[in-house]
Design a protein around this ligand. Structure first.
Ligand code: ADP
Length: 273
């Protein structure tokens, strides 16, 4: 016996097909909008330093230009803009590789304290240059083990600490703290710098997003650092967040999976009777 109503089934099937197609089309439209915004952001970000370089070159090419001091100053500024373009290309390359999944996450167990120590050593000179005191709220030898991609987490720490220098205050302090949670470790980078207006906080991790303050003060950057950081942390299935008070400072915190150190099997001495 055939009891089903075939006409109704076909109708339902068509409805379901249309619903799925709509989701597909909406998704494609979203991707297309995203691609368009991304490209227009890139060209905008490239235009600013390029126009600046062009301006300095044109000024220097002027036959009446003979102020040596000013020429040196213009060349320095042009060179800063060239640096800006290279950072931009490096970060763009990085983010597109991360997003295409070209760089997989290589998990390993390591002591997060050691990594922080390593990163601090690498940034010592830069901290001095910015006149910022770097402090670690834990003992380096206190072993807190995590399961993560060591090199990518190094980059996360470098990007966050580097930002704390750029947006920090002269004579300020950057502190890294580690808190152990139930199955996770929370790592926080805190500065007492310029802070961030509350309205900007939800957009901070978007690609190319920079606050008006960092743009207007011409603090160098691509606006991609935090997008890269977020991508790395989310690829680890972990979370990142920010707290900040304008004028007082900011804290960026991310979690990692905690793990136990696996000791090699101990050598039990053989007792001879
Ligand atoms: P970039 O530093 O290259 O501009 P990021 O993606 O690293 O790009 O940061 C985006 C924006 O977030 C910065 O331009 C700045 O406005 C703001 N920001 C990031 N870190 C801090 C910080 N520690 N203090 C204040 N503002 C910050």
């Amino acid at each position: 016996h055939v009891t089903a109503n075939p006409i109704k089934d076909v109708e339902e099937e068509v409805k379901e097909w249309a619903r799925l197609k709509k989701i597909e089309v909406d998704d494609l439209k979203k991707q297309e909008r995203f691609r368009r915004d991304f490209l227009s952001n890139i060209s905008h970000e490239f235009k600013t330093p390029l126009f600046a370089i062009q301006g300095y070159i044109e000024a220097l090419q002027d036959d009446d230009f003979d102020d040596k001091e000013m020429a040196r100053n213009f060349l320095e500024k042009a060179s800063k803009n060239v640096d800006r373009l290279s950072y931009l290309i490096k970060d763009l390359d990085e983010i597109s590789k991360l997003e295409s999944g070209e760089i997989p996450i290589n998990y390993s167990k390591f002591k997060i304290n050691d990594l922080v120590k390593d990163v601090f050593e690498g940034l010592e000179l830069k901290a001095k240059h910015h006149n910022i005191k770097l402090t670690f709220k834990q003992k380096y030898d206190e072993g807190i083990y995590v399961n993560a991609d060591r090199e990518k987490i190094r980059q996360v720490l470098v990007n966050l600490i580097d930002n704390s220098f750029k947006y920090g205050k002269e004579g300020g302090e950057t502190a890294v703290s580690i808190f152990t949670l139930h199955e996770q470790v929370l790592i926080e980078v805190t500065d007492n710098g310029m802070g961030i207006e509350e309205k900007y906080l939800p957009r901070l991790f978007e690609r190319f997003f920079r606050t008006d303050t960092s743009r207007s003060r011409q603090i160098g950057g691509s606006g991609l650092g935090l997008a890269i950081v977020k991508h790395i942390i989310e690829a680890h299935q972990q979370t990142i967040n920010v707290r900040s008070t304008e004028g007082l400072g900011s804290t960026f915190g991310f979690t990692l999976q905690k793990t136990k150190q696996t000791l090699p099997f101990p050598n039990i001495p053989v007792l001879k009777s």
